[in-house]
Design a protein around this ligand. Structure first.
Ligand code: FAD
Length: 388
């Protein structure tokens, strides 16, 4: 078995690493931490200017024709650098879905705005009573001539306060099974009737509730067929599940290693020389390695022309659950000072382990909860019967 990457992937990785070392400054990281908005316009536009929002697309559509292995290296380096790149992920996801399922007009007008880094998107799927069961969506879109009138509420519309478009799942038909009565739109956020209310999570992330009241949307903003929204959703979801959090796990461990290397116990001995400390660090490191390999396996399968639906889900599930276990273990290692927040006097590892401990809790929720991931692996991967 050869685990080494082709030279062109390593070259691209080196280019990305150099770029990020220059542009992901301490100020960028601090700002994202302070606001809870993991998107930075300056950095986003620089990434867009490099052509990396569509790096994996064919050149004829404005992409760089990069392979899934190169794309994995790009994503991995971004997360390893600590860059706030939620916006990069969502913009790429919406643009890519429009490329596959959108109209010519959407491809000519909306996609270029997203790819140039001028327009940001957000995802309007989840509702108070439709999260994992997203097909239970109750936000209504009713046709009125050449327009649609949208009414409803979405939970957790992350980046809505920065976005120019919301990729909005609506119900257009009440007389068919729930999956068959959905329609997708890409709605400009400055349309009258859209209201954004902030939600600050315990994980330090800012998300939003969005309200839609008599929102009039022209039919040209519809993506896919009327009542064909489920197929569009499935296309978009393929781009969402991956092992992106591997980079956060590595950063967590780096902070813990640095803290243990610098710190001394009551008798003046280096903390890292304690075998029980080294055991915890080693455990986190082993989990990181497994997570890394699962991510690369999914990328390798994609590079071989297979859709790694189950393997991507395995990578997401393992990585996020390992992240929680490692954060739990490492914050415990730091003792009471581990509970102090970033910026507080005496905070272990300057509070970055504490921040990771809070943030990792949400990673097993969005992008498919752990239970949903296990269901996918059981049914599609292992062929077990469907749970009722
Ligand atoms: C910080 C944050 C940001 C988010 N950003 C966005 C966003 O930008 N856009 C967006 O649309 N959504 C977003 N979400 C929503 C996210 O996708 C949902 O929270 C997620 O899908 C779970 O839905 P829920 O919260 O309604 O929980 P529920 O679906 O109600 O689940 C509750 C519990 O029941 C379990 N459960 C549910 N169904 C099953 C089943 N079939 N089998 C076994 N167990 C099950 C779940 O695993 C979970 O433990 C975000 C969420 C968070 C926390």
């Amino acid at each position: 078995m050869d685990f080494s990457l082709p030279a062109e992937v390593e070259d691209f990785r080196a280019e990305v690493r150099t770029f990020l070392a220059e542009h992901v400054t301490a100020e960028v990281i601090e700002r994202a931490h302070a606001t809870g908005t993991f998107h930075d316009w300056g950095l986003h536009r620089k990434i867009a200017a490099k052509g990396w929002l569509a790096a994996g697309w064919p050149e004829e559509y404005g992409g760089q024709g990069r392979s899934p292995l190169e794309m994995n290296a790009l994503s991995e380096e971004m997360y390893l650098s600590g860059a706030p790149v939620d916006g990069v992920g969502v913009a790429g996801l919406v643009a890519h879905t429009l490329l596959l399922a959108g109209t010519d007009w959407q491809k000519r007008t909306i996609v270029p705005r997203i790819l140039s880094g001028d327009a940001m998107c957000c995802l309007g799927y989840s509702e108070p009573d439709a999260g994992s069961d997203v097909a239970a969506c109750a936000t209504r879109a009713v046709r009125d001539g050449d327009e649609w009138v949208v009414d409803g509420q979405k939970m957790f519309t992350t980046l809505a306060h920065e976005a120019h478009y919301v990729f909005l799942l609506t119900r257009t038909n009440l007389d068919v099974p729930k999956h068959k009565g959905l329609t997708m739109f890409v709605v400009p956020m400055d349309t009258a009737g859209i209201e954004v209310t902030p939600v600050h999570t315990v994980g330090g992330e800012r998300t939003n509730i969005t309200f839609y009241t008599d929102v009039r949307v022209e039919d040209r903003y519809r993506v896919g067929e009327v009542d064909g929204g489920w197929a569009v959703m499935m296309t978009a979801l393929v781009f969402e599940r991956n092992s992106a959090w591997y980079g956060e796990c590595v950063r967590l461990l780096d902070h813990a290693v640095a803290w243990a290397g610098e710190g001394r116990d009551d008798r003046g001995r280096r903390i890292i020389d304690d075998p029980s400390v080294r055991e915890r660090l080693a455990r986190a490191s082993i989990g990181n390695e497994v997570s890394n390999l699962l991510g690369w396996k999914a990328a390798w399968m994609a590079s071989e022309g297979t859709l790694p639906g189950v393997e991507g889900t395995m990578a997401k599930l393992f990585t996020t659950e390992h992240y929680q276990r490692a954060a739990d273990d490492l914050i415990d290692l730091c003792g009471p000072e581990g509970l102090r927040r970033h910026g507080e006097d005496g905070a272990a590892a300057d509070g970055w382990i504490e921040a990771a401990y809070r943030h990792c809790q949400v990673t097993t929720i969005y992008g498919g909860t752990s239970e949903i991931c296990r269901g996918i692996i059981a049914e599609r991967g292992l062929g077990l019967p469907r749970a009722r």
